[in-house]
Write a protein that binds this ligand. Structure first.
Ligand SMILES: Nc1nc2c(ncn2[C@@H]2O[C@H](COP(=O)(O)OP(=O)(O)OP(=O)(O)O)[C@@H](O)[C@H]2O)c(=O)[nH]1
Ligand SMILES: [Mg+2]
Ligand SMILES: [Zn+2]
Length: 315
């Protein structure tokens, strides 16, 4: 099978399609079926386009411009940063990327690793129609990789966890095998998690800038400032690098089901439909902990997230 650029199919009717690759204040970079990337000027009054959008181009005064949006599905919204006081600032352009088939959440296995942060990423970002992978980066900095993986997999057996290091070719090969050809993947995670480093290793060249984390607190320096789609030619894959999140709150309702499907199912049998599984009588979830069907740790994790996420819903 022949590979075409940017996941585009050639059209016979003279129309030219493009894939939005990145943007600056004044222009968009658009990938073409030929593999070429062109710059098109933003036009006053046109809608906002986002990385991953499939667009139709048209010639105007001898230059290509975006005529219309063709496909924007499977969008990933930006995490909300509540330090932004201005609501309009919050509302502006909430989409991080579109047409995302596979979502990669990156969390570093360094001294800042936190189970609750990992859970929050999954709860906020997992959605139907997108394959989720959790990549535990910097495994070379962790002395208990196997124990951590075993613990995570026992708590959340339906989530795919992969530990990797950019210095370990074998783990990079595992990641490569996860990339479904002719699909688009998006990497998200905190600053310093190693998104750009992984991208560079998969590309085989350093196209994204990377920077050491701060010595003081081990946090990243917000090195990547824009969202950019890169083509991994060998794998016939588009991978999007994104800027690290400052916080991971959501303005939308966060459902328990992506992480706590077992508790959601058990809750159907609780006496009260709004049971919190704390002190209520007739609680099927607590009964399951007593019988050993559900681990106490899993219920503790559930309570922790339910108490800390503003718009948490038990379904
Ligand atoms: N030890 C170790 N360091 C790594 C690994 N992956 C990335 N790093 C380092 O972590 C630091 C941050 O990596 P980046 O790739 O810039 O992180 P990022 O997620 O792109 O960060 P932002 O662009 O700020 O969101 C760099 O110094 C990398 O060299 C790894 O597997 N092991
Ligand atoms: Mg980066
Ligand atoms: Zn209950």
């Amino acid at each position: 099978m022949e590979n075409y650029g940017y996941g585009l199919k050639p059209r016979s009717d003279q129309k030219q399609d493009g894939r939005l690759v990145s943007e600056t204040r004044q222009s968009y970079q658009i990938g073409l079926v030929t593999g070429e990337v062109i710059t098109v000027k933003k036009r006053y009054g046109e809608p906002n386009y986002v990385v991953g959008d499939l667009v139709q181009l048209t010639e105007q005064k001898g230059r290509l411009v975006i005529e219309r949006l063709l496909t924007r599905e499977q969008v990933v919204k930006k995490a909300v940063n509540h330090s932004l006081k201005d609501y309009r600032q919050l509302e502006a352009s909430q989409i991080l990327a579109s047409n995302v088939d596979q979502l990669f959440i990156l969390i570093a296995l360094d001294q800042n690793f936190s189970l609750s942060k990992l859970e929050r990423f999954i709860l906020v970002f997992q959605q139907d129609g997108q394959e989720l992978h959790v990549l535990l980066t910097k495994k070379d900095l962790c002395s208990q990789v196997d124990d951590t993986l075993a613990h995570l997999s026992s708590l959340y057996p339906h989530i795919r966890f992969t530990a990797l290091s950019i210095f370990d070719d074998q783990s990079l090969a595992v990641v490569k095998r996860q990339l479904i050809p002719q699909s688009i993947g998006l990497m998200i995670g905190a600053s310093g998690a190693g998104k750009s480093s992984l991208l560079n290793r998969l590309l085989g060249q350093d196209l994204e800038r990377t920077e050491a984390v701060k010595k003081r607190d081990g946090k990243g320096k917000h090195t990547t400032t824009g969202t950019t789609l890169h083509v991994l030619e060998e794998l016939d894959y588009c991978l999007i690098d994104s800027p690290g999140f400052k916080g991971i709150d959501s303005q939308e309702v966060v459902s328990a089901v992506s992480l706590f499907d077992d508790i959601v199912a058990l809750a159907d049998s609780c006496k009260f439909s709004d049971c919190q599984h704390k002190t209520e009588p007739g609680c099927a979830v607590k009964a399951a902990v007593v019988s050993g069907e559900l681990s106490k740790e899993k219920l503790d994790r559930y309570h922790y997230q339910a108490d800390n996420i503003k718009q948490f819903t038990a379904r």
